[in-house]
Design a binder for this molecule. Structure first.
Ligand SMILES: *[C@@H]1O[C@H](CO)[C@@H](O)[C@H](O)[C@H]1NC(C)=O
Length: 400
């Protein structure tokens, strides 16, 4: 008899975990796992983070369980691995968190011989405009957050016996995904449509890759990686898909951070990029998103954009004043009015800065045979997302 595995999702309730849970235990149709446990710091009843209208229904299923837990406490981490009464142990783990929690969960997973520990890596990297964009490129972590997310991969890679596989995604977008740059740009595009003005980029059209991934494929790709790892095991996985995770930190930190391997230790882990086939660039995303709201995507002239970029910190507030005001007006004018939404038209300096995310998806297709469900970020795919937000009352419905 082939028993379905039990799976745990650690963290990411505010980003990708709800999509993954909905994929593993769909509202309609057969579940891929026997039991699913989701562990995070948030409360779900009452919610202390945006959950979307679908996820609470998934939590209502008999084989799905949510635990609110403080994962900085090792004894609590250990207890989250204890299976429900008279059930098989958890064999698949997905985790999203920085170093300390990643290490505690990784060590526990290794002790319990979990068959697959899949780590989702957000694209906190700056890719080069040139090159193959394969997993072999030594991409530069983005700022402090990128440095420590990157470091957590080395820490996990150093845990012997851990059946680790890393899935490094592009910029996520999808239904009920309020997190990240893409949902922010989509909201702002709607604002320009409402104001009947062109949306203008601070950056030249150039190359500016901003590779994307739909949340359905984040879920599908993580699952595909978990199945593969359960089948092949650690040494074969490293043999077939191992990549060096380069040192990208400050040497003085080694003494301060538990489990941090020194710079000269070579860390090799199975790593896959997960992006769609859309070849999303700033220009392409801007044009597709503005078009669906009847606006256009344009560029400031060279002098204006150079001036704005030079004073970015100062102009952030000016840029936002009009966005935020118009979005608030849209929410009020909506029929019925929107009283609560996780979406914001505020763009911080991160959103307004230039980002290059260029990851080839060749390897995950070749080795895992993964087939994208949402290969392109089309207008239809975006409409579907907006419609779901409208249905739950998070997005304004305005008769023009
Ligand atoms: C989690 O546990 C740590 C260690 O005991 C503690 O310092 C921290 O305040 C706790 N966090 C929460 C949110 O309770």
């Amino acid at each position: 008899m082939s028993q379905k595995p039990n799976a745990i999702i650690f963290g990411g309730l505010n980003t990708c975990s709800r999509a993954l849970a909905g994929f593993l235990v769909p509202l309609e149709g057969e579940a891929l796992v026997s039991n699913l446990r989701i562990v995070d710091k948030y409360s779900v009843v009452p919610p202390t983070t945006y959950l979307g209208s679908e996820f609470p229904q998934i939590l209502g299923k008999p084989n799905v369980e949510y635990q609110q837990a403080n994962l900085t406490v090792p004894a609590i981490v250990s207890s989250t691995f204890d299976p429900p009464p008279e059930q098989e142990p958890y064999s698949i783990v997905q985790i999203k968190h920085t170093c300390n929690i990643a290490r505690l969960i990784g060590e526990e997973a290794a002790r319990r011989n979990v068959k697959a520990y899949v780590r989702l890596q957000q694209p906190w990297y700056e890719s080069s405009d040139k090159g193959s964009h394969s997993e072999q490129e030594d991409v530069k972590p983005y700022g402090v957050i990128g440095t420590w997310w990157h470091e957590s991969l080395r820490i996990l890679g150093a845990i012997e016996e851990l059946n680790l596989v890393i899935v490094r995604i592009g910029l996520i977008y999808g239904p009920y995904i309020d997190f990240g740059l893409m949902s922010n740009v989509l909201t702002v595009a709607a604002v320009y449509g409402y104001m009947k003005k062109p949306m203008k980029s601070l950056w030249g059209p150039g190359h500016n890759a901003m590779n994307t991934i739909h949340s359905d494929d984040v879920a599908g790709g993580l699952w595909s990686a978990a199945e593969w790892m359960s089948r092949v095991g650690r040494s074969e996985a490293i043999g077939v898909a191992g990549e060096v995770i380069h040192w990208r930190n400050d040497k003085s930190k080694v003494a301060e951070v538990a489990g941090m391997p020194p710079p000269d230790k070579t860390i090799v882990v199975p790593l896959f990029n997960l992006t769609d086939d859309n070849g999303t660039t700033l220009d392409k995303a801007g044009k597709t998103m503005t078009r669906i709201f009847g606006a256009t995507f344009e560029y400031h002239n060279f002098v204006t954009s150079a001036m704005i970029r030079f004073r970015l910190e100062d102009v952030v507030e000016d840029i936002n004043e009009s966005h935020v005001g118009a979005w608030a007006e849209m929410l009020t004018k909506s029929d019925p009015p929107v009283t609560k939404t996780p979406l914001s038209a505020y763009m911080d300096t991160f959103s307004l800065s230039k980002h290059t995310v260029a990851f080839s998806n060749n390897k995950i297709q070749r080795i895992l045979g993964y087939q994208l469900k949402r290969p392109n970020m089309t207008s239809d795919v975006l409409y579907e997302i907006v419609d779901k937000w409208k249905t739950e009352g998070s997005w304004p419905s305005i008769k023009s």
